[in-house]
Design a binder for this molecule. Structure first.
Ligand SMILES: Cc1cc2nc3c(=O)[nH]c(=O)nc-3n(C[C@H](O)[C@H](O)[C@H](O)COP(=O)(O)OP(=O)(O)OC[C@H]3O[C@@H](n4cnc5c(N)ncnc54)[C@H](O)[C@@H]3O)c2cc1C
Length: 247
């Protein structure tokens, strides 16, 4: 280490980390910077995952900072290296390989993880969340052979997943807990108009409906609703919100 520079460790390499790093290198060279990302890629624009799923852009176009950028700015990128512990006494982070990296300043930019409601069957093959490039790759691949899919969650993210699948020609049912779609953003009239548009695109909207369990033998074959209905599905996307990944 250069004895005059303080060591800065950034945990998380998402959109916020990318914006932070760009500002940091523009304003100061007083830090020796190491950034850890649990995902195996340089920072990318997560918002555009919906466009990738809908076939409107390529995954490569999402890159916010490419590997050359990190190298050019002297930032050490540890991609695919989740930080599993922070020892604040010793000022040290430990990553998933067991390696320890010392810091003077540690910035947490760990974002959020998808919420998967507690119910039977979420471990089955064909059940996906919608948060990462990996998720989108998996959903696209599953969609190629899917005859019927279910998206659990009729909020913004769920509807974007449903739209993407529909554009790929997959049969989609959206199962929503509430009695109107996107209830946080829309009033009853707006939600009714939206539902009509989705149905015109060929989506089925099932609500209010609570998913009780995900059925199947190894892979998902159907979902069971609390009211007793069963919907066939060989692909399920769970889009039930997010929680901070601060654990
Ligand atoms: C499909 C989709 C569409 C969206 N559309 C919109 C939109 O239209 N408008 C909008 O405002 N927002 C949208 N969002 C939300 C937006 O993407 C997030 O608000 C934004 O990505 C948050 O940035 P972040 O850096 O805080 O977290 P993230 O982008 O989640 O990045 C955090 C990173 O930290 C990593 N990480 C976590 N823990 C560790 C650890 N212990 N060690 C190492 N790395 C770790 C994670 O793997 C992740 O790569 C959308 C999200 C999705 C998934």
């Amino acid at each position: 280490m250069d004895g005059t520079r303080r060591r800065l460790v950034v945990v998380g390499n998402g959109m916020v980390a990318a914006a932070f790093l760009e500002e940091l290198v523009a304003g100061s060279d007083g830090f020796e910077v190491t950034v850890f990302g649990a995902e195996p890629h340089p920072a990318y624009d997560r918002i555009k995952l919906s466009s990738v799923l809908a076939g409107q852009c390529e995954p490569e176009s999402l890159t916010m900072l490419d590997e050359d950028w990190y190298a050019a700015h002297g930032v050490t990128l540890r991609a695919g290296r989740e930080v599993v512990a922070i020892d604040r006494e010793r000022r040290m982070v430990r990553d998933c390989t067991g390696a320890e990296t010392p810091y003077d300043v540690c910035v947490l930019a760990t974002g959020s993880d998808p919420v998967v409601p507690p119910m039977d069957g979420t471990h089955r093959g064909g059940v996906h969340t919608f948060r990462t490039l990996r998720d989108v790759d998996d959903i696209i691949e599953a969609g190629q052979t899917s005859s019927s899919s279910v998206v659990i969650g009729g909020g913004l993210l769920g509807l974007e997943a449903a739209y993407g699948l529909r554009r790929r020609g997959v049969e989609v049912s959206v199962v929503h807990l509430m009695d109107r779609l996107m209830e946080r953003q829309l009033d009853a009239v707006g939600a009714r108009v939206l539902r009509g548009e989705l149905e015109r695109m060929g989506m089925r909207v099932v609500m209010p409906a609570e998913t009780a369990s995900i059925l199947g033998n190894g892979r998902v074959e159907a979902i069971a609703l609390r009211d007793g209905r069963v919907l066939d599905a060989d692909l399920v996307v769970v889009a039930c919100g997010i929680r901070p990944a601060a654990g």
